[in-house]
Design a protein around this ligand. Sequence first.
Ligand SMILES: [Zn+2]
Length: 417
Amino acid sequence: MKLKKVICSFLGSCLIAGVLQAQVTIIKAGHLFDAATGKMLSQQLIAVRDGKIQQIGADIPYSPTDSIIDLSDAWVLPGLMDCHVHLTVAFPYRKVAIEHMYMTESTALRALRGAHNAQVLLMNGFTTIKEIGNDANYASADVIRAIKKGWIQGPTIIYAGKIISPYGGQTAASPEHEHVWDMEYLDANGADEIRKAVRKNIYYGANVIKVVTDSYAYHYSLEEMTAAVTEARQAGLKVTAHVMGGEAARNVINSGAAAIEHGVDLDDELLQLMKTKGTFLVGTDLAVSNNLAYSADSATARNYYRIDIDRLKRAYRIGTKMAFGSDIIIDIPGKNRAQTILEILQSWKDAGIPNAYVLQCMTRYAAELLGVEKERGLIAPALAADIIAVKTDPLKDINAIKAVSFVMKDGKIIRKD
Ligand SMILES: [Zn+2]
């Protein structure tokens, strides 16, 4: 805020009128990605005030006293979004052991890792994420609190709390260690237990509900999924489901859940059903380099990749709604969490998905899935000023977004190289 209104008298003396006005920032964008249309515009001005975009255009008025950010040699985009993030998880490279993590890492350590990764993601252009669970005893709820208090910088986080699942979570435990998974999952079997689990997550800060429906021979019925969706909806929340395909996926789609996570085994008929129902696919289609991090041998890593790319291609061809999600739980040596996430761009490239559509899946479509489309996802008047810039054209080479040179979050400059 600053004093701005100045009244000059005929004697030439100036009086400050005492009207407080918020500082206006003008971003000069050489190129501006319009996520609504998928087109790149030239020579645009963006006026930002009070953390929000006020006006955009090639010729909008501004005052010499406004703060100017010159990005006339850059490509400016809405902040990126990742709809499948595990902020607090980092297995050792090529040594996946989820149960070992439960036994050896405290919730405090997990929260500190989550805080670190949240900052890394924001610095690299991710201004909104969906934190999808596996965060010990609600560690990410405290990461969100720390961001809101201003202790650390981080993206807007849509938060799932503990993952709700049929008996056993996604864990391999002996009977002597029954409920070791309670650290990460809420066992919920039958509609009543599911409703209780949804309420528990909301109580501890969740604003989206994540269910794992099919990790074992038993999976959630349509009645159980409908209970989850109905209970969440009453609190204004969406449900998203880890499911691979088959009958379990059909139950998820028919329940009215917002999205399927992974969906590796979805056939064309189910992808078509998703299109009809408006169910999003968050494909989490890892690159070969990501698959190798899981201790997979080269042939296995390539085989997983081939299956993912095939489903990604079919979903695009059929027109199933998609939003970008990464599901990174192991970093590649020498790369930070954001860099490991962006390895996945290779999968979208190899599936032949147009770069403009990839960017839309990382912005406007992700915002729609996350329920923040009235606040974020586009560079448009009245939306939050979540704005990034890169030095080369991402429509020519999507890898351009691996080198973010400018980040603005809610109108505040986080990075300017
Ligand atoms: Zn995941």
